[in-house]
Design a protein around this ligand. Structure first.
Ligand SMILES: [Zn+2]
Ligand SMILES: [Zn+2]
Length: 353
C-alpha cells in the first residue's frame, strides 16, 4: 500500500471512488461499500497495558476521542460511539434515534480490540446451527425460526491480569455407604484437614463495563481468545456500533476479584480427592495487577416467539451463543422426571427382591 492509500484509509474514504470504508471480517481489512476495493489495516500491534493503581490511564490509540463522537440513548441510556462518517444512527439496543452527548467522552481510550471474525450473514447461519443442536429449544421453533434483527456491537470490557499467593486451611470429607444386616444402607463421612499455599497467575479476566450488558450475559458467551487481540485502531469499528464504557475500572475491581477468588478456590480443591467441603478459608494477596480496556465483538439477535421478546447474544469471534433462547417446558420437565423415575424403579425393585 502506498502512503496516499494509507492516508485515505485512515480517513475512512475510498481513494478510488470516495465511498465509505467499512471493516470486513472475512478478510480482516477495510472494504469500500461502493466499489469493494480492499485496504490493509496497518497495525504495529503494541497493546498498552496499565498498572491497576496508576494515575494516568490515557492511551494514545488512533485519536479515538478526536475522531469519534459519544451519543447517549435518550431511551435506554447506552453510551454509543459514532465514528466520523456516521451522521445519524439508531441505538443498537433499543432502536431509539440517538442524540449527541454534550459531555466530553470519558477519558479512557480502548487499548485493544478483538475484531469481528465473521460478518452478519455468517452470524445468522451460526445462530440457526446453534439453536438446532440445542435439545431444550422447542421443535416448533427449530422448524420455523422467526425473522430476527442482527446488530453487531463492540461492547466495552476490562481484561484484568494478576499474580496471586493464597494461604488456605479447611476441612473436606469423603462419604462411605454400607448396608447393615437388616438391609438398610448408612452413609458415614470421614473428615480430613487440608492447608497450604497456592500460587496462581491470571490473564485477561473479562469484566464487562457496559451499561446494557450484564456480567451474566457476557459470561454466557465467553471465552474470547485474547491472544488474537489487536492494538485498538478506528478501522476495526467502521460499520459497527460501539458502546463506550459506563463503569470505571475502579468500580470493576471487586467484580474481577470475586471471579479470581472463585478460580483460586476451584484450583485449590482440584488438588484433593473428596466428596464434599465442610469449610475452606482462603486468604489471597494480589500483585502485579494490570488491566486493558477492551472492545469485544458481540452479535445481538432480536426476535419474537409466542408473543415474547428475546435477545440472544453471540460471541463475534467464536460464534458461541448464550442460553437466552426459547426453551420447551416439556423437555425441561422430562429431563428432571426421567432420572427420578429410574431411581424410583430401582427402589421398588430393591424391595421386591
Ligand atoms: Zn471505492
Ligand atoms: Zn437505547
Amino acid at each position: 500500500m502506498n502512503k496516499e492509500e494509507i492516508l485515505s484509509s485512515e480517513q475512512g474514504k475510498c481513494l478510488g471512488c470516495g465511498g465509505n470504508l467499512i471493516f470486513c471480517p472475512p478478510t480482516q481489512d477495510l472494504c469500500c461499500e461502493k466499489c469493494s476495493k480492499h485496504y490493509e489495516i496497518i497495525n504495529d500491534n503494541k497493546v498498552e497495558i496499565h498498572s491497576l493503581y496508576e494515575k494516568s490511564k490515557l492511551t494514545k490509540t488512533d485519536d479515538f476521542q478526536e475522531v469519534n463522537k459519544l451519543f447517549k440513548c435518550p431511551n435506554c441510556g447506552a453510551n454509543i460511539v459514532l465514528n466520523q462518517f456516521e451522521i445519524a444512527k439508531k441505538c443498537p439496543y433499543c432502536g431509539t434515534s440517538l442524540v449527541i452527548e454534550d459531555r466530553v467522552m470519558q477519558n479512557q481510550n480502548p487499548d485493544a480490540c478483538i475484531p469481528f471474525a465473521f460478518d452478519e450473514r455468517e452470524a445468522g447461519e451460526y445462530f440457526v446451527k446453534n439453536v438446532k443442536k440445542n435439545f431444550f429449544v422447542p421443535n416448533k421453533f427449530k422448524k420455523n425460526i422467526p425473522e430476527n434483527k442482527i446488530h453487531g456491537i463492540y461492547i466495552p470490557a476490562f481484561g484484568f491480569d494478576a499474580k496471586t499467593v493464597s494461604s488456605y486451611r479447611g476441612r473436606l470429607y469423603n462419604e462411605h455407604t454400607h448396608t447393615d444386616s437388616n438391609g438398610h444402607s448408612h452413609t458415614t463421612r470421614s473428615y480430613f484437614s487440608v492447608s497450604g499455599t497456592h500460587n496462581d497467575f491470571f490473564e485477561d479476566v473479562i469484566v464487562e463495563c457496559s451499561s446494557k450488558m450484564t456480567q451474566t450475559e457476557i459470561e454466557g458467551v465467553i471465552p474470547y481468545n485474547c491472544e488474537k487481540k489487536k492494538a485498538y485502531k478506528n478501522s476495526y469499528i467502521m460499520g459497527y456500533s460501539v458502546e463506550h464504557y459506563n463503569e470505571t475500572v475502579e468500580a470493576s475491581i471487586p467484580k474481577y476479584k470475586s471471579i479470581v477468588d472463585d478460580y483460586i478456590r476451584r484450583n485449590i480443591l482440584r488438588k484433593y480427592s473428596y466428596d464434599g467441603v465442610d469449610y475452606l478459608n482462603v486468604s489471597t494477596s494480589y500483585s502485579d495487577e494490570k488491566y486493558k480496556y477492551y472492545l469485544l465483538p458481540i452479535y445481538r439477535f432480536e426476535y419474537k416467539y409466542k408473543n415474547k421478546d428475546y435477545s440472544t447474544y453471540m460471541n463475534g469471534q467464536t460464534g458461541k451463543i448464550d442460553n437466552n433462547v426459547p426453551k420447551s417446558k416439556l423437555k425441561i420437565a422430562l429431563t428432571i422426571l426421567i432420572p427420578l423415575l429410574i431411581i424410583l424403579l430401582f427402589i421398588i425393585l430393591g424391595h421386591i427382591n
